[in-house]
Design a protein around this ligand. Structure first.
Ligand code: NAD
Ligand code: TYD
Length: 353
C-alpha cells in the first residue's frame, strides 16, 4: 500500500488535489496534515467522510514531534507539500507567521522525511514542494517570461518566505541527495478558493452587491491557471519528474487585473441577469505596497519533458468557477463570517465590508 502525505490538503489547491488524487489514484492512501487555519476548511473535504483512503490529521507542519511521529507511524513514501501561509496582503500585515510556517514548517518536514527515508528500500520516495512564480520577482511589460533558471528576486514577505523554503528544498537535494522536486506555479483559480484572493473576492463582493476593489489602476498582469490543470501537473511531476529539478507550471493566460475582473463580472451577469450591472461595483483603491507588476512563466521545460500543458482556457475556467460558487453560496456565506470580516475591515476599510 502506498501512502502519500499531503500537507495543507484542507486549503484551496490542496483540497482540489486530494479530490483529484482520490479519482486518479484510488489505490493510494492519503494522510492529510493541515493546521486548519482560517484558510483550511474541513468542509472542503466533506465528500470524503467515511472514505478509508483519506485520513485528516489536524496539526502544524512546524511541530517537529508530530511530524516525526507521522513518519514513524505511517508508511509514507511520497510527500506533496502545499501547506503555507499564502496571501500577499496578509504577509504585509503580519510577516512573522509566513516565516514560521513557510520556512520553518518546510524545514521541519524536510528533516523528518530525510530521517525516515534513510536506507529506505523498495518504493522510491519523493518529496514534491509546491511553490509559486512570485519567487522570481516582477516583470516589465516586454520582458521574457520567467524560466526555471531566472534568479530569485522576491518582493513581498510571502514571496520571500516561499523563496527561502524553495532554497532549503534545493539544498537538501544537493547536500543529501534527498529526492526533492519543486514546482513554481502561476495564479490559480477554481472551486474552494478562499475569498480573499482576487477572483473569489471580486465574485463574493459582487454577489453581496458590495464594492469590488482594484488596486492602483488595475493594469498589473497575472498569469491565470485553472486549479485542475495545476493538480494534473503536480501529480505528473511527483511521478515522472526528475528529482532535484524545478518545473514551471503556468496557465499561458496573462491578463491585466481590471480586464480579468470585468470579464468575470460580465460572465456573472450572463449567468445571473437579476444582479443588474455588477461591473459598476468596480472601485479603484490605494495600491498594494511593492505590488509586482507582472508575472509570466515559460513552461517549455514541463511541456518538453513531461508533455504537460494547460487544458482549460480562461473563459471556460471562469465559467466553471462561477458555477461552483453559485452552487455553493452557503459555503461562501460561512467562510465570509467572523474573523474574515475583521480582516476585510483592516485591509480595505469599513466601506468595502
Ligand atoms: P491556502 O491558503 O488556500 O491553503 C493553505 C493551507 O495550508 C490551509 O489549509 C491551511 O490550513 C494550511 N496551513 C497553513 N499553515 C499551516 C501549518 N503551519 N501547518 C499545517 N497546515 C497549514 O493556499 P493555496 O492557495 O491552496 O496554496 C497552496 C500552496 O500552493 C501554497 O504552498 C502556495 O504557496 C502554493 N501556490 C499557490 C498559488 C495560488 O494561486 N493560490 C499559486 C502558486 C503556488
Ligand atoms: P491575489 O489574488 O492576492 O494574488 P497575488 O497577489 O498572489 O498575485 O491578487 C491578484 C492580483 O489582483 C494582484 O495584482 C493584486 C490584485 N488585487 C486587487 O486589485 N484587488 C484585491 O482586492 C485583491 C485581493 C487583489
Amino acid at each position: 500500500m502506498s501512502m502519500v502525505l499531503v500537507t495543507g490538503g484542507a486549503g484551496f489547491i490542496g483540497a482540489n488535489f486530494v479530490h483529484y488524487l482520490r479519482r486518479q489514484r484510488p489505490e493510494w492512501q492519503i494522510l492529510n496534515l493541515d493546521l486548519l487555519t482560517y484558510a483550511g476548511n474541513p468542509e472542503n473535504l466533506a465528500e470524503l467522510e467515511g472514505d478509508p483512503g483519506h485520513i485528516l490529521v489536524p496539526g502544524d507542519i512546524a511541530d517537529r514531534e508530530l511530524v516525526t511521529s507521522l513518519f514513524q507511524r505511517y508508511p509514507i513514501t511520497r510527500v506533496v507539500h502545499f501547506a503555507a501561509e499564502t496571501h500577499v496582503d496578509r504577509s504585509i500585515m503580519d510577516p512573522g507567521v509566513f516565516v514560521r510556517t513557510n520556512v520553518l514548517g518546510t524545514f521541519t518536514l524536510l528533516e523528518a522525511a530525510r530521517q525516515a527515508w534513510q536506507g529506505l528500500k523498495g518504493e522510491e520516495p519523493r518529496f514534491l514542494h509546491i511553490s509559486t512564480d512570485e519567487v522570481y520577482g516582477s516583470l516589465g511589460p516586454d520582458d521574457p517570461a520567467f524560466t526555471e533558471a531566472t534568479p530569485y528576486s522576491p518582493n513581498s514577505p510571502y514571496a520571500a518566505s516561499k523563496a527561502g523554503a524553495d532554497l532549503l528544498v534545493r539544498s537538501y537535494y544537493r547536500t543529501y541527495g534527498f529526492p526533492a522536486l519543486i514546482t513554481n506555479c502561476s495564479n490559480n483559480y477554481g472551486p474552494y478558493q478562499f475569498p480573499e484572493k482576487l477572483i473569489p473576492f471580486a465574485l463574493s463582493q459582487a454577489l453581496a452587491g458590495k464594492p469590488v476593489p482594484i488596486y492602483g489602476t488595475g493594469a498589473n498582469i497575472r498569469d491565470w491557471i485553472f486549479v485542475e490543470d495545476h493538480c494534473r501537473g503536480a501529480l505528473l511531476v511527483l511521478e515522472k519528474g526528475r528529482p532535484g529539478e524545478t518545473y514551471n507550471l503556468g496557465g499561458q493566460q496573462e491578463k491585466p487585473n481590471l480586464e480579468l475582473v470585468r470579464l468575470l463580472l460580465q460572465l456573472l451577469r450572463e449567468m445571473r441577469p437579476e444582479l443588474g450591472q455588477p461591473e459598476e461595483l468596480i472601485t479603484f483603491v490605494t495600491d498594494r505596497p511593492g505590488h509586482d507588476w507582472r508575472y509570466a512563466l515559460n513552461t517549455a521545460k514541463i511541456e518538453g519533458e513531461l508533455d504537460w500543458r494547460p487544458q482549460v482556457d480562461l473563459e471556460e475556467g471562469l465559467r466553471r468557477t462561477l458555477s461552483w460558487y453559485l452552487a455553493h453560496q452557503d459555503w461562501l456565506e460561512r467562510v465570509r463570517s467572523g474573523a474574515y470580516r475583521d480582516y476585510l475591515r483592516r485591509q480595505y476599510g469599513a466601506a468595502v465590508v
